[in-house]
Design a protein around this ligand. Structure first.
Ligand code: GRF
Length: 233
C-alpha cells in the first residue's frame, strides 16, 4: 500500500481535523500552516463534543467547523458514514485525528484508506489506549514519548510514521509527563502531515519509509548515572 499522493493532488493538502477536546494539536497544525511550515489547508474541523475548546480555536482562525453527535445516529457505522460524507464533501484528502475520542470504524477506513493519521502520547506499541502517561509512570519506563501513525482497524496499531522520545524522570507527576510529551506532539504532528503532503511517505507492510530523511546516530540513556565517569563532574 502506498499512501503517496505525489503527483495526485495539488498543494495545499486538504485536511479534515477531528477533535473532541482542548485542541492543542489542532492549534499546532493551524500555527504550522499560518507560518508556512505546513503546506496544507484545514477544510473542516469536526467535533463529537459540542463543548470542545478546539471548536473555539477553529472559529478564531475562521475555519469551518461543526459538531456531530453520536446519539443522533442508530449505530457507529451510521455515524461514521455521515462523518465520511462530510469530509468527502469538503474534498478532504487526509483525515487528522487530534484528540478525537472515538474508535474509527471500517466505514471510515474504507473511505480514507491509509489517509487517516492519529497522534498517541506514548511510544507505541507500548501503552495503547487511554491514560497512557500514568501507565508509563506506573510501569517505570525511563523513556516515553509520542507516535504519529496511520490508522488501521486496531487500537493505536497502524503503521508508525514518526516518534519522539522524552525521558521519564524520578520526580515526574502525570501532569509533568503529559506536558513534556505534548510539547513533542506539537512538534512532530505538523511534520508528519507535511511529509505526507510532500508525498514522501511510502508504506511497505507495517513500515513507513520517509524519503530524503536522515538516520539518527547514537543512543539515548536515562538515567545517566556517571558510573564510568562519562559525565564531567
Ligand atoms: C493528545 O495527548 C493526543 O496525543 C491524544 O489526545 C490528546 C489531545 O490533546 N490523542 P489536544 O486536544 O490536542 O490538546
Amino acid at each position: 500500500m502506498n499512501p503517496n499522493f505525489q503527483g495526485k493532488h495539488k498543494l495545499p493538502l486538504r485536511l479534515g481535523v477531528l477533535v473532541s477536546g482542548s485542541g492543542t494539536n489542532l492549534q499546532s497544525i493551524i500555527d504550522a500552516i499560518e507560518s508556512k511550515r505546513l503546506n496544507a489547508v484545514i477544510k473542516t474541523v469536526i467535533s463529537d463534543n459540542p463543548q470542545a475548546f478546539a471548536l473555539e480555536r477553529a472559529k478564531k482562525h475562521g475555519i469551518q467547523h461543526e459538531v456531530i453527535l453520536k446519539k443522533d445516529f442508530p449505530s457507529r457505522d451510521a455515524f461514521d458514514s455521515s462523518l465520511s460524507e462530510r469530509l468527502s464533501g469538503h474534498g478532504v484528502e487526509l483525515v487528522v485525528l487530534a484528540g478525537f475520542m472515538r474508535i474509527i470504524s471500517k466505514v471510515m477506513l474504507e473511505a480514507f484508506p491509509m489517509r487517516i493519521m492519529n497522534i498517541h502520547p506514548s511510544l507505541l506499541p507500548s501503552f495503547p489506549g487511554l491514560d497512557v502517561q500514568k501507565k508509563a509512570l506506573d510501569f517505570g519506563v525511563k523513556f516515553s514519548g509520542c507516535t504519529v501513525h496511520f490508522v488501521d482497524e486496531g487500537l493505536d496499531s497502524g503503521p508508525i510514521i514518526i516518534q519522539a522520545a522524552v525521558p521519564v524522570n524520578d520526580n515526574d507527576t502525570v501532569e509533568d509527563l503529559k506536558k513534556r510529551i505534548l510539547a513533542e506532539e506539537h512538534r512532530i504532528y505538523p511534520q508528519a502531515i507535511e511529509l505526507f503532503a510532500e508525498g514522501r511517505l511510502t508504506i511497505k507492510g507495517r513500515r513507513v519509509f520517509v524519503s530524503r530523511s536522515e538516520d539518527v546516530a547514537g543512543a539515548l540513556e536515562n538515567p545517566r548515572a556517571s558510573i564510568f565517569g562519562d559525565i564531567p563532574g
